[in-house]
Design a protein around this ligand. Structure first.
Ligand code: 13P
Length: 256
């Protein structure tokens, strides 16, 4: 029995009205039934409350895409862990490549946010992944290891169950190009090995390692069938209730 986490990252899509529609369709698509895979949607901050209310009596969880490192104060435009917890958020994405690229988030800041998220009782989904040039030059493991090291150094082995690592090769995000199942498995195994070197094998097993980058119903089965792929962080395909629910159903099928 495998415990998958199927997470949707809506990015800057779906304001409250659209979010209401997609979230309701998701609950309907899975007939509000129980499923053993953990399913999570991370809407833009302005839609968290709407989605949280719709998911209240369903197995779906709600996550945030970003938080600040402080609880409150003069940080115009930012939101904090205590604010998202008020809306029953359970997970927070941190270090997404889009935030690293467009908002200049450094490994140091990602580490600080990771610690804040976990210290405040939430699960951190730490994104790592190389750009195409590093994949081509064979430096992909080096890049991922460096990103991973910063996050792991900020927390302790006792935090393993509240850490999720999402491997998102930048060249596969929103491009329609997916890592092959072998490429995904190879990197996931590498990430798990690195965690086990630091925290031991048991702790490394507690950390879920998700794959992200053009995951869709048509490639989900082969990706999720890899032994070290514990789920997906899904962008485009999470904005449609039918494709996201199909991926959840695929995870359900494999987990049995
Ligand atoms: P896509 O599934 O649209 O490629 O996005 C992946 C991603 O960035 C999820 O965080």
């Amino acid at each position: 029995m495998r415990n998958f986490l199927i997470a949707g990252n809506w990015k800057m899509n779906a304001g409250p009205s659209e979010a209401r529609e997609i979230a309701s369709n998701l609950v309907d698509a899975l007939n509000n039934g129980s499923f053993s895979a953990e399913a999570l949607i991370c809407p833009p901050a302005i839609s968290i409350q709407t989605v949280s209310e719709i998911f209240a009596d369903s197995p779906f969880k709600v996550g945030a895409q970003n938080v600040h490192t402080e609880d409150n104060g003069a940080f115009t435009g930012e939101i904090s862990t205590s604010m998202v917890k008020d809306l029953d958020v359970t997970h927070v994405i941190v270090g997404h490549s889009e935030r690293r690229e467009y908002f200049h988030e450094t490994d140091k800041l990602v580490a600080k946010k990771t610690k804040k998220i976990i210290d405040d009782g939430l699960t951190a989904i730490v994104c790592v992944g190389e750009k195409l040039d590093k994949r081509k030059s064979g430096d992909h493991e080096k890049v991922v290891l460096n990103q991973l090291d910063h996050a792991l150094n900020a927390i302790t082995r006792d935090n393993a169950a509240n850490l999720v690592v999402a491997y998102e090769p930048v060249w596969a995000i929103g491009t329609g190009e997916t890592a092959t199942p072998e490429q995904a498995q190879e990197m996931h195994r590498f990430i798990r090995f690195q965690i086990s070197e630091r925290w031991g094998k048991d702790r490394a097993e507690e950390v879920k390692i998700l794959y992200g980058g053009s995951m869709k119903p048509k490639n989900a089965e082969e990706l999720l069938s890899q032994p070290d792929v514990d789920g997906g962080l899904i962008g485009g395909a999470s904005l449609k209730a039918d494709s996201f629910s199909e991926i959840i159903s695929i995870a359900e099928k494999i987990s049995k």
